[in-house]
Design a protein around this ligand. Structure first.
Ligand code: SF4
Length: 506
């Protein structure tokens, strides 16, 4: 996002409460059920993964219809709209994107017809790294990708570009050529499909309804529609669900590299990834933090709500009482009015307010999930001191974020990341804390109970598990602190002439 564009910066914008995940996806195959409404509620449970656009595609067997728009799920859909979306299978998408990309055209599901008369709708969570290749292939298949400004429409075009094959056959041909992080749900008139990249970077879980099947980014979306969890969609697996039941195929050998940041912040606390619950992981991270960065204090408080499990773990392990010191305005993300300059200057006060009686005269440990730009933590420390705290010790449930994510998370540019080029003492002084401690990478990994080599940890250690189109992009733009916007801000409209280093996000 360019500076001076009238929007708040990442951490002060109530619409952008932290590092942003790129999208939540949902799919349902359930004859006899109100599939559009089930999808609506599924997306509602996934709203934290994307707040800029929402869409639902539905089929009654004779045709696929898509309804989508910019805005929150509850803004985009109303009762009459959902009632008009009739069918027995549906997919849905809650999208996060940067300002320039927040258009109706780039909202999802994307739609593409084959010359054989089949229509394909597709929704994507992740980020592809070989967009230029995909655009070239789409061109070779005679598809016009010039109007396309996102990687998702390119994949939809490629799936539709094989009229000689079934959609399932086309998917088995196309998916091995798609590089990057992807959890796709897609559909034609009769079949629901789900596919996850062979690294399984982004989550995707399969659930069972009494009369059907559900796939979703997180378990909360299954719970809300009354589906039971069956299992995760495996890395490198394509699932097809229709009247003949569920079929599973492998389009690539699995090489798991699940996103470590999902465990820290992105997924809801009630999500389970690879058998490990997020809430339990975050409490365990808090315990590690207490062991690695002890301090004498009177009260452990979270930065609500993402810091809560970590603070509980810290309090448990340290024996320091746990309590609330900051109240969050629960409705802040739902103000649809663009803040004026005066309001913007209030910054974090739009979101948080201190509980003065609880913090006055106390030595506080404040637990937060991560520091990206440091703006929020700086404001919180100041706010707590003004409210009478004697000492403010900041503890962070993740190691310093030093590298950008190329697999679907919008942190900031390299130059904007506070930990990039600043030592621990510099960061402590910058946020004004009495002391500062980040959990170690080893401590974080241990809390996830996953083997280190099955996790993507690139934003923490710079080891990117999926080859990037131009490796020196990192060296050039991050190590030197130049910074580069990852994704759509840099894109031109013409994907077919995109440079090899261009990255796009869904
Ligand atoms: S770079 Fe970080 S945020 Fe991106 S996929 Fe890897 S661990 Fe997750």
């Amino acid at each position: 996002m360019p500076r001076g564009d009238g929007r708040l910066s990442h951490e002060l914008d109530p619409h952008r409460p932290g590092p942003q995940d790129a999208c939540g996806v949902f799919g349902v195959w359930a004859p006899g059920e109100e599939v559009a409404k089930l999808t609506y509620f599924g997306l509602y449970a996934l709203q934290h993964r994307g707040q800029e656009a929402a869409g639902i595609a539905v089929s009654d067997g004779s045709g696929v219809v898509v309804y989508k728009d910019v805005g929150l799920v509850a803004q985009v859909f109303d009762e009459p709209t959902l009632a008009s979306l009739r069918g027995h299978l549906a997919i849905g998408h809650a999208r996060y994107s940067t300002t320039g990309d927040s258009t109706w055209e780039n909202s999802q599901p994307t739609l593409q017809s084959t010359t054989g008369g089949t229509t394909i709708a597709l929704a994507h969570n992740g980020n592809l790294v070989n967009t230029a290749d995909l655009a070239r292939r789409a061109k070779e298949l005679g598809m016009d990708s010039r109007g396309s400004t996102n990687d998702t429409s390119l994949v939809t075009m490629l799936l539709a570009g094989h009229p000689d094959l079934s959609v399932e056959g086309a998917a088995m041909k196309v998916l091995p050529t798609v590089e990057g992080a992807f959890s796709f749900v897609f559909m034609d008139e009769n079949t629901l499909y789900a596919a996850r990249d062979h690294h399984g970077v982004r989550p995707l879980v399969l659930g069972r309804l009494e009369r059907g099947w559900v796939v979703a980014s997180e378990q909360a979306a299954l719970d809300i529609v009354g589906a039971s969890v069956v299992r995760e969609v495996e890395p490198g697996e394509l699932i097809a669900i229709d009247e003949h039941g569920l079929r599973s195929s492998r389009f690539a050998a699995p090489d798991p590299k699940g996103c470590l940041f999902e465990y820290v912040y992105l997924a809801r606390p009630d999500a389970t990834i690879n058998g490990r619950n997020m809430y339990s992981t975050r409490v365990a991270i808090g315990r590690k933090l207490a062991a690695e960065h002890p301090v004498e204090a009177d009260l452990v408080i979270p930065v609500p709500e993402s810091g809560t499990p970590g603070a509980i773990g810290y309090a448990e392990a340290s024996g320091i009482p746990y309590g609330q010191g900051l109240m969050k305005n629960a409705y802040v993300g739902r103000t649809f009015i663009q803040p004026s300059q005066t309001i913007r200057a209030l910054g974090v006060r739009l979101k948080l307010n201190p509980l003065r009686d609880n913090v006055r005269g106390k030595r506080l440990v404040v637990v937060d999930d991560s520091i990206v730009r440091g703006t929020t933590q700086r404001a919180i420390v100041r706010m707590l001191r003004e409210a009478g705290a004697l000492e403010v010790h900041v503890r962070i449930s993740s190691p310093p974020v030093k590298w950008p994510c190329f697999y679907g998370i919008d942190f900031a540019t390299g130059a904007e990341l506070l930990a990039n080029g600043m030592d621990m003492e510099g960061i402590r002084r910058s946020i004004g804390a009495d002391s500062l401690g980040y959990v170690s990478l080893e401590g974080l990994i241990a809390a996830t109970e996953q083997p280190k080599n099955r996790l993507c940890r690139a934003c923490f250690d710079g080891e990117y598990p999926i080859k990037l189109p131009a490796d020196n992009l990192i060296g050039k733009h991050v190590l030197e602190g130049v910074g580069r916007r990852v994704g759509s801000d840099e894109r031109s409209g013409d994907q077919s002439s995109a440079p090899a280093t261009e990255l796009s996000r869904s």
